[in-house]
Design a protein around this ligand. Sequence first.
Ligand code: MLT
Ligand code: MN
Ligand code: ZN
Length: 294
Amino acid sequence: MRVVLLGTAAGGGFPQWNCACALCTAARDGRLPSRTQECVAVTGNSRDWWLLNASPDIRTQLVATAPLRPGPGPRDTPLRGVLLTDAEADHVSGLAVLRGGAGLKVYAAPPVLAALAPVRATLDRYAVWQWSDALTEGGFVLSGGLVVTAHPVGAKAPRYLAAAAADDRWVIAYRVEDLATGRVLVYAPCVGAWSPVLDELLATADCALLDGTFYAADEMGTAVRGESGQAAMGHLPVAGPRGSLMALARHPGPRRIYTHLNNTNPLLDPASAARHRVTEAGAEVLADGTEFVV
Ligand code: MLT
Ligand code: MN
Ligand code: ZN
């Protein structure tokens, strides 16, 4: 299975347009690598490509990625569809950019499909897409030889919904297995808190792309901390007793890559103590455009 990290930043990207913090300034000055908003492309056969989320930067990301070039016919494209992990603006607004793409399939959990109902009605007027429940019993098969299951990992509904129903399926992770090789990618860019589900997924994974939004629980200021001390932004931190790095220490086997990095995250700086610590623990932070084989 081939994987391309199209974008690796959280919502807003890096630098964020309205942020003058030291990290964003360094990126704007070219001293740190800029990053577009989180999105991944995967394929089992190099002909049928699937997006994991659809970032608002998707046009730039697709144009920059040679294997996703359209052709050979004037309207042919290797893009077959999109697997959404949640309904957040930074993961779904790229769908509007893809409008008119013929025959795309979109998978998402039921609350996300419901939240997107008005968007779906709009997009279907440009080209009829197939919208499917990602949590369907037994999972689903993608063209190119990938078999996928989805797993709830968070209950955070997007902020743009005034009255969202409580549902523990708002955020899901995907397990993508290449039928030909048996190799497994776990994709979990948004995780509320570590859970046994993630341990199960990591246990059979060859590679995991994980929520690296915040390095520390209080990174956005203590105001965003919940009463439990957990970051109240719907993302578990990397560091700390409830952080993902501690949990990942139980899973030394798979390649472990942090993504969806917020512009406040010291991991953005390769010279930071945070980055050294993560690297020493065997986890990775990779640049936009990185391609690898799982
Ligand atoms: C998130 O990942 O929590 C969201 O993208 C935050 C937001 O943009 O509102
Ligand atoms: Mn996000
Ligand atoms: Zn910033």
